[in-house]
Design a protein around this ligand. Structure first.
Ligand code: IMP
Ligand code: MG
Length: 180
């Protein structure tokens, strides 16, 4: 699996340090707010599990699954909800947790979708951000790392459903994602 990675973009250690820092920031902003953290499956699962455990405050969790990419490295621009939240978020403070914001279309769609449920607030927290790939001006309130436009895998991020279990984030060799 590691042989398919061209270079390490973020080491396991760097990620750990950043997740702790994000946790601290969120604790500061959400103490006494009993927030609901929503994990966007599947990509954010690993980040989500580490992030919520970096926060020693009362909070609730829920999960959503959206489809956007299929097995290609290009976004389709179409967002489909495959699994919706179960919690009633009316009047609640919501933190959407993503693995990566690329074009921004997914997070923009989800923020609007959740606003319809009349929460007290909705913010986005993404481990990774590709500012140069943006197709829409959506606000991402909490960002771990800004990265270049390479296609990356690991720590939850996949290519064709693989590589999610790598402990670091790496740029995939171009011949891997271009041969399909
Ligand atoms: P957006 O709608 O273009 O912002 O895409 C967001 C989703 O695309 C993320 O949740 C990821 O699942 C996927 N994605 C975007 N860039 C990458 C990448 O470099 N590697 C793996 N998945 C990615
Ligand atoms: Mg994702």
């Amino acid at each position: 699996m590691k042989n398919d990675v061209e270079r390490i973009v973020l080491s396991e250690k760097k990620i750990k340090t950043k997740v702790k820092k994000l946790g601290k920031q969120l604790v500061k902003d959400y103490t006494d707010k009993n927030p609901i953290f929503i994990c966007i499956l599947n990509g954010a699962a690993i980040f989500f599990a580490d992030l919520i455990r970096a926060m020693d405050i009362p909070l609730e969790i829920d999960f959503m699954k959206v489809a956007s990419y299929g097995d290609s490295a290009e976004t389709s621009g179409v967002v489909k909800i495959e699994k919706d939240i179960g919690a009633d978020i009316r009047g609640r403070h919501v933190v959407l947790v993503e693995d990566i914001v690329d074009t921004g279309l997914t997070i923009e769609y989800l923020k609007k979708y959740l606003q319809n449920h009349k929460p007290a607030s909705v913010v986005a927290c993404s481990l990774l951000n590709k500012p140069n790939a943006r197709k829409t001006e959506v606000k991402v309130e909490y960002i771990g790392f800004n990265i270049e436009n390479d296609f990356v895998v690991g720590y939850g991020l996949d290519f064709a459903q693989k590589y999610r279990n790598l402990c670091f984030v790496g740029a995939l060799k171009k011949e891997i994602y271009q041969k399909k």
